[in-house]
Design a protein around this ligand. Structure first.
Ligand SMILES: [Fe+2]
Length: 458
């Protein structure tokens, strides 16, 4: 990709953010690029938002992967695939990180013809089956929810949704028995046709409309019943859904509720915050996005309850009940929980936060949903990436483990790997580097003991 930009001065046909200037968009540097027509971005696609280890079902369609493979790796990483908010996958050599293969969701199932999807697929923590949606915009906007079986590699479409607006949805949720798609704000304008006109995601998203509700679709993922319940609430925007689980309804123990935690923004202003000109600390635009001037870009951890899943009437939507909202200073984006507790009740959420004095993240936080208290690791000029939770193999508690984060020291202009105790948020260790590690959004941890099993998509 870099070579193509150097030679042609062009960034390709489709980007996440604007492409009028190679430096204009922060998003373009760290997120995605895709081509919405029939041509395949085999060699030059910028696919690199999330990483999947040994994902089931995905097979290279170019033949390049097979030629490049030299056999398995001692780490247990057999295949490594990068994903983005589109239907494309990029295979990466686990040792050299060279791009070696390419695939599309359509190769998983012939009906997955939409070009849009979520960079974050969701794994069943027990079976390793992977869930995601494929979005086709156009005359009839269609979300196809699909499951890739870890046991067979076969893909099934488990629900089709045609009554929701096409929206930019970066992540979704699963519980023990359900997959949950929340269609929040960030609707594509002109029924999606603006994607073709502007050729980038951000400009194709229409203005925030406070009268348009967010919709939650609960899809049965065990018994083939499709959409079994639908809920709505006041609109918000979100990149990252955190975790969800099922529990008996407090008002009727015979009924089952779903509880869902998300990192949410009040509207779409945060999308503009991350344009390069607003994030560069020395640019005038940055002044609009520090301290109290960016109230509408503030994030909150928010918990919803979807009551009595089985008591719904088909076609009717009920109210999703907001139960808890964390103060902005204690909230975070790039949220994670202890992966052992995915689809189970969780009390602690970890993620990136900031001091309010920086144009970028300059802290990590642990939020306690039960007490409303937070512990911070917070230093101006120290810019951490996503924390990755590694559970203590001997631990039993939800916060038994460590957090890993690659931090840029803005003063030394060098990066280091930070290790924090997940219980106390105190530094356990750091490994300094004599270089800067570029900011990506997401990484993954894959223990050697996993063998060749699929990693967990979150
Ligand atoms: Fe993400």
């Amino acid at each position: 990709m870099m070579e193509i930009i150097r030679k042609t001065g062009r960034l390709g046909d489709f980007t996440f953010g604007q492409k009028r200037d190679p430096c204009i968009s922060f998003f373009r540097k760290v997120m995605s690029m895709f081509i919405p027509d029939g041509s395949r971005p085999v060699d030059n696609a910028n696919i690199g938002v999330t990483i999947s280890v040994n994902p089931p079902g995905i097979k290279d369609i170019t033949g390049n992967s097979a030629k490049a493979k030299k056999g398995g790796h001692a780490s247990g990483v057999q295949t490594l695939w990068a994903k983005t908010d589109a239907c494309f996958f990029r295979e990466i050599d686990p040792e050299t990180l060279e791009p070696i293969g390419y695939a599309e969701q359509e190769s998983l199932h012939p009906e997955l013809v939409g070009k849009l999807s979520a960079a974050h697929a969701k794994s069943d923590p027990i079976t390793g089956d992977v869930y995601n949606y494929n979005l086709e915009v156009g005359r009839r906007t269609t979300y196809r929810i699909f499951r890739v079986s870890a046991a067979t590699g076969k893909t099934d479409i488990i629900a089709t949704i045609t009554d929701a607006p096409g929206a930019y949805i970066h992540s979704s949720l699963i519980t023990e028995n359900y997959y949950i798609l929340c269609v929040w704000a960030g609707h594509y304008a002109w029924g999606g046709a603006k994607l073709l006109w502007d050729k980038n995601l951000l400009d194709a998203i229409g203005d925030f409309d406070p009268t348009k509700k967010a919709f939650w679709y609960v899809v049965d993922r065990k018994h083939g019943k499709g959409v079994v319940a639908k809920y709505e609430c006041d609109p918000f925007f979100c990149f990252h859904a955190v975790n969800a689980w099922e529990e008996p309804s407090p008002t009727d123990p015979n009924q089952t509720d779903i509880v869902a935690d998300l990192s949410v923004y009040p509207n779409l202003d945060t999308l503009k915050r991350f344009y390069y000109n607003n994030i560069k600390s020395t640019s005038p635009g940055a002044l609009n996005y520090i301290d109290d001037k960016r109230a509408t870009c503030r994030i909150n951890l928010r918990r919803w309850r979807l009551p009595s899943i089985a008591a719904g009437i088909p076609g009717q939507s009920r109210e999703a009940v907001a139960e808890h909202v964390a103060e902005s200073s204690k909230s975070c984006d790039l949220p994670v929980v202890n992966p052992r507790f995915l689809t189970q009740p969780t009390r602690y959420i970890y993620g990136t936060t900031d001091t309010g004095k920086s144009t970028f993240f300059d802290g990590l936080v642990k939020y306690d949903m039960q007490t409303g208290e937070a512990l911070h690791w917070l230093y101006q000029g120290q810019n951490p990436g996503e924390p990755i939770f590694i559970a203590d193999p001997q631990g039993t508690g939800e916060d038994d483990g460590v957090l890993l984060s690659v931090v840029l020291d803005g003063f030394k202009e060098k990066s280091y790997l930070l290790v924090l105790d997940a219980k106390t948020m105190k530094e356990v260790a750091r490994a300094s580097m004599e270089c800067v590690v570029g900011f990506g959004f997401h990484g993954t941890y894959f223990p050697e003991s996993s063998g060749g099993r699929p990693g967990v998509d979150i």
